[in-house]
Design a protein around this ligand. Structure first.
Ligand code: GMT
Length: 372
């Protein structure tokens, strides 16, 4: 198949998932064309049947807001026509689904039919998409897609709850390449982070308000009182300085490292003992699944789709949003004993296998085949 993939090229979960999907499809022999405004961060290395088309957005003195959506739709038309694409798969509804609708209508006039699959990821539905400045266009363009998928059952329900959707939404859960994440820890790296064999806790996100990173710091401060430990913060975003300030206030700054945005998550996750995810909402929590695949148990909130992947007492624990004390108790329960910790690690790694790339990617291929 010749497939066009449209996504955000950044470290966000939707971009990561879309890029990993494209790479997996290319490895299976499909021709995959990425259409984005920048090279996606996980699109590193060379694969013969992957193509990248950059969306150029020319500026003009009249434009306070250069019309990205128009540039995207025009690029879609160009790429679809010149590469004779069979299907367009857009990730994150805003503005990808409406740009795809526009491209589809233009191509229809020229006698070319292009099926559009829209995958809903999370905040496109639960936060940004619901805003009345976007909602009518989001609703319309989702309904105009030939197929709609959501990354969890929770997100499917949220979509029906908040939008007037007239079509079926299939759930295709997010996936992880288990073989890539099940690595041996690099000892030298572990020694730098935890020279006295402290436990390593880790949080990775885009540090947006919804992630509640201040809860991560509070949990760590509680854990650190009882168990010698270190905290790694991976990623960056608007709430980073809040986290840093709080760490200083709680006297744990020296035990915390902010390592910034990282591409090789597999090398970092594998040295961790516990992943903390304190979000107010997660449609799925791909970062938590990647942690589990690396054999790292997860202490998280029970928001959104997290309860679909984190199994209490098995792969980690879940608490209500903001219940820092409960999450601290759970973290300590997992970390305090070597044997207990190892059992959680083993179960987390085993659990992640059901979301392996080789199980989930065929579900997308099956969906695509319906339109060919
Ligand atoms: O808000 C983010 O964390 C980024 C966002 C995205 O779309 O880039 O992530 C969403 O999609 C991920 C991949 O499907 C999910 O794993 C995340 O749970 C989801 N984030 C939220 O729902 C907040």
């Amino acid at each position: 198949m010749r497939i066009g993939i449209v996504c955000y090229p950044t470290f966000g979960g939707s971009g990561v998932l879309a890029t990993e999907l494209g790479k997996a499809l290319a490895q299976k022999g499909h021709m995959v064309h990425f259409i984005t405004y920048q090279q996606p961060v996980r699109l590193n290395g060379f694969l013969p049947n992957i193509f990248y088309h950059e969306v150029q957005v020319p500026t003009y003195p009249l434009f306070d807001y250069p019309p990205y959506e128009t540039a995207l739709a025009s690029t879609m038309v160009d790429v679809i026509k010149n590469n004779n694409l069979d299907l367009l798969h857009v990730h994150y509804a805003i503005p990808h689904a409406s740009a795809a609708y526009m491209a589809k209508q233009i191509l229809k006039k020229e006698g070319k039919h292009i099926p559009v699959v829209t995958t809903l990821h999370g905040t496109d539905i639960t936060l940004v998409g619901r805003d009345k400045t976007y909602a009518p266009v989001v609703t319309f363009s989702i309904n105009e897609s030939d197929a709609i998928t959501a990354v969890s059952h929770n997100l499917r329900e949220e979509t029906f709850k908040h939008f007037d959707i007239t079509k079926e939404i299939s759930v295709i859960m997010n996936f992880v390449d288990v073989s890539r994440f099940s690595r041996k820890p690099i000892d030298a790296f572990k020694k730098v982070i935890a020279p006295n064999k402290e436990r390593i806790l880790l949080h990775a996100s885009n540090f947006r308000k919804i992630k509640r990173v201040q809860d991560v710091v509070k949990i760590f401060a509680n854990v650190n009182k009882q168990i010698p430990s270190k905290l790694l913060f991976v990623g960056d975003g608007p709430e980073r300085s809040t986290a840093e300030d709080l760490a200083r206030e709680l006297g744990v700054c020296d035990e915390i490292r902010f390592v910034g945005k990282q591409e090789q998550m597999e090398d970092i996750l594998v040295i961790a003992d516990l992943f903390l995810l304190t979000s107010e909402y997660e449609s799925f929590g791909l970062a938590a699944l990647e942690a589990m695949a690396a054999g790292v148990p997860v202490v998280s909130t029970n928001a959104g789709g997290l309860s679909e992947i984190n199994v209490p007492g098995q792969t980690g624990y879940m608490s209500n949003v903001g219940d820092v004390e409960d999450m601290s108790r759970n973290a300590i329960a997992i970390l305090k004993d070597d044997e207990v910790l190892q059992a959680f690690k083993d179960r987390a790694a085993a659990h992640a296998k059901q979301y392996d790339i080789h199980t989930i990617v065929p579900q997308y291929e099956e969906l695509y085949e319906k339109f060919l």
